[in-house]
Design a protein around this ligand. Sequence first.
Ligand code: NAD
Ligand code: ISE
Length: 338
Amino acid sequence: MTVRVGVIGAGWIGKEHIRRLTHTVTGARVTAVTDIDAARAAEAAEPVGARVLPDGAAVVAADDVDAVLVTSWGPTHAEHVLNALAAGKPVFCEKPLATTAEDCLRIVEAETAHGRRLVQVGFMRRYDLGYRQMKKVIDSGRIGEPLIVHCAHRNPTVPESYTSQMAALDTAVHEVDVLRWLLDDEIVSTQVVTPRATSKRFEHLKDPQIMLFETAKGVRIDLEVFVNCRYGYDIQCEAVGEEGLVRLPDPAAVGVRTAGQHSTEVLTDWVGRFAEAFDIEFREWIAGVAAGDEPTGPSAWDGYAATVITSATVEALESGRVVATDLKPRPVLYGGAA
Ligand code: NAD
Ligand code: ISE
């Protein structure tokens, strides 16, 4: 079966995913595209032979759309995901699931009422082979119980529109998701400390930031978010356990020895760093939809947890306090007891 996908939002990542679904993933075809910028929608739809539809509701309702991909701006996600749930169609939503905990809960409640998972959230790091290897080691018990995790998320630069709050909401959100999954643990508190600011930032921005999370089992996580580090896009993660440690591998790169130096390239953006993870993420999603299975990737509950934790981190940044995360009990649909 070919899964016919309707895309809502034909901006940067929407176009990337349309290309991926058309040329990299087998068993999928993009049949409909919409964007509030109609010219942008047409530009994305025309090369893949898709129709342009007037809005997200039309995409969800279309007879030739089996599954929906939401790649519009974050504040619009909830409306499109709720429409897809009401239509009983599988929906892949780029992060964030929604920008408020209330909207995330509306989605969780709608999916719970439906009785079956339909929603997957675009936290692609769970599909990165390095993180998958780390999870295998942690789950095997080889390093013993995890005690501390050290992480860094560095971008070379960000545009002037990037705000201090986005360090948590847009950037650290990936660590929040992948660490909850890696450790199979919940983040219960969050704190932010700000070292001396880099002179290479726009004046309004607090950069770098150090986020300190604590989990329910007492693991301490330190995360450096540094979005004007200049030298490249660099993701680091090291989990220290009672018997050893496990470290995320750097992407494979040839070593070059010349002019008395030995060097390896550092990537410059997340597109290249996680290209393979995005491919695997979409292959698995499409295969699951084609088979009529529930998605196995990050759930609406994970999207809710990420929004609660990153919103608490913004509160921690602004107040200077340690902020407890306030998650509701996890419903049975997502493996909880409530
Ligand atoms: P973008 O601004 O390039 O594209 C968003 C597009 O959505 C724009 O073309 C805009 O006109 C359109 N749009 C906005 N509201 C709409 C609506 N209601 N209906 C139809 N179209 C609408 O942004 P982007 O960088 O492509 O990011 C899109 C989403 O993807 C964001 O939520 C972002 O956080 C997420 N994202 C995820 C990753 C990742 O690593 N997983 C990376 C980048 C972006
Ligand atoms: C961006 O929005 C992403 O999602 C990238 O994966 C992340 O690394 C970057 O810091 C964000 O701004």
